[in-house]
Design a protein around this ligand. Structure first.
Ligand code: F0G
Length: 419
């Protein structure tokens, strides 16, 4: 290939120029970005040690030769995303050989979406796009609006399912100056509209069906392996909504493997909520074709999605990584959120879906006691502070830590503290 990166259809294999603005193949299926990695990483033997030279740079710069080599460095719009903590919580939950939490909520806009947006918005910047748009359950819009705001000449437009995202998430695109439109529908309805609009007008679509975003998100898995000194864990556990992130996780690790940079693959587990589980239903039926659902409300509102756009890519990765899919209830996810929060690691309900899934897979014997597990925490608890306050205000919840209200006397204070 002449270009270092191209678009390729995941079904019919038709190739397109990377500079084309297109999100789907003529046949209707999804595109993916394919890089000539032998050209961008000619010496894969010393790629790992060569990263030392870039240790002071942001994660996107450091891993760019495998993430998106086609992007000129001068076009990169970065908010210093990446280098997120990998917390070892094995001491608190000794049900595995080890349990580590990759906290993507510690990114600039408090979610993993910044990883994809640095690639997507930078590419839009390189192509001179003036308008970028996304449909969102809250986090994509927050990230896109922030990165568009950081670009010299770009306006963000966000379509949100009205009343279905947290007020903290809603504040983010508004404060970043994006045109923010609430629509009387759910996420899947917003997603349909955004696809229709971008077919008619030259507004650049930045949902994860834009495969450039997936390339940036590969950094989550790659950076985790780097933090583990390239020791491959047995499992990565990740919440699934629109199914872009699990697709990115798989693609990045497949590419590392194909280059000979790693010599073992982990297994993947995707987790959904009981009421929004199209991927789980497919898995249960031997990865049967997607049957779109009307996703039911859940505290994990960022993954209330019934018709995941990246379904086919996710299934491909799940099969390649001997993956499984699990579902968790509202009680399970909120109780696990409370337990992780209480360790000083503030997580959102969507992240708690991954943790609850890990515990459930351990309980039902899928994950063994001698296995190393990484759960991906996708966003920060601060985006869902009202959900946390409500949980802790209700003493019937297992891990509730209810606030006391007292009169301003030393007597009442001492009585309250049982002193
Ligand atoms: N966790 C969080 C916090 C999310 O915001 C999302 C998706 C996911 C998990 C699921 O990732 O869609 O790649 O499978 N949020 C999108 C949004 C849909 O609009 O912010 P996925």
């Amino acid at each position: 290939m002449t270009e270092i990166s191209i678009f390729k259809c995941i079904d019919c294999g038709k190739e397109y120029n990377i500079h084309d603005i297109r999100y789907r193949c003529e046949c209707g299926d999804l595109l993916e970005v394919i890089h000539d990695l032998d050209a961008s990483i000619p010496k894969s033997d010393n790629w790992k040690t060569s990263l030392d030279e870039h240790i002071g740079k942001t994660a996107f710069h450091r891993y760019q030769s495998i993430l998106f080599p086609a992007l000129p460095k001068e076009s990169i719009i970065s908010l210093q995303e990446g280098d997120t903590p990998l917390y070892d919580v094995s001491y608190a939950f000794p049900y595995f050989k080890s349990l580590k939490l990759k906290h993507e909520g510690m990114n600039p806009t408090l979610s993993f979406k910044d990883r994809g947006m640095v690639a997507g918005v930078s590419w839009a910047n390189d192509m001179g796009c003036k308008h970028v748009i996304c449909a969102s359950t809250g986090d994509t819009s927050a990230a896109m609006a922030a990165y568009a705001g950081a670009s010299p000449n770009m306006k963000g437009i966000v379509l949100l399912p009205k009343g279905k995202i947290s007020s903290e998430q809603l504040a983010q695109p508004i404060a970043s100056g994006a045109m923010t439109i609430g629509i009387e529908t759910d996420f899947d309805g917003c997603m349909k509209l955004v696809q229709e609009l971008t077919e008619k007008h030259s507004i650049y679509l930045l949902n994860s069906m834009n495969s450039v975003r997936i390339e940036g998100q590969k950094a989550i898995g790659i950076e985790t392996l780097h933090q583990l000194n390239w020791e491959i864990p047995d499992w990565f556990i990740i919440p699934i909504g629109n199914a872009g992130n699990i697709s990115a996780l798989g693609k990045g690790m497949r590419e590392l493997y194909d280059l000979g940079i790693i010599d073992k693959l982990p297994r993947l587990a995707g987790v959904q909520t009981v009421g929004a589980s199209p991927m789980y239903e497919s898995y249960r039926n031997g990865f049967a074709d997607l049957i779109p659902q009307k996703a039911k409300p859940t505290k994990a509102s960022a993954i209330q999605i019934g018709d995941p756009v990246s379904f086919k890519k996710a299934v491909r990765e799940l099969k390649h990584f001997n993956g499984v899919v699990e579902v968790v209830s509202e009680t399970e996810l909120m109780d696990w959120k409370a337990q992780i929060d209480s360790l000083g690691i503030s997580i959102c309900p969507n992240s708690a879906v991954a943790v609850a899934g890990a515990m459930k897979l351990r309980d039902n014997g899928m994950i063994k006691k001698d296995e190393d597990v990484i759960a991906i925490l996708t966003a920060h608890g601060s985006k869902f502070s009202n959900t946390a306050v409500r949980y802790h205000s209700d003493n019937t919840n297992k891990f509730a830590n209810k606030m006391s209200i007292i009169n301003p006397t030393i007597y009442e204070l001492e009585k309250n503290l049982e002193l």
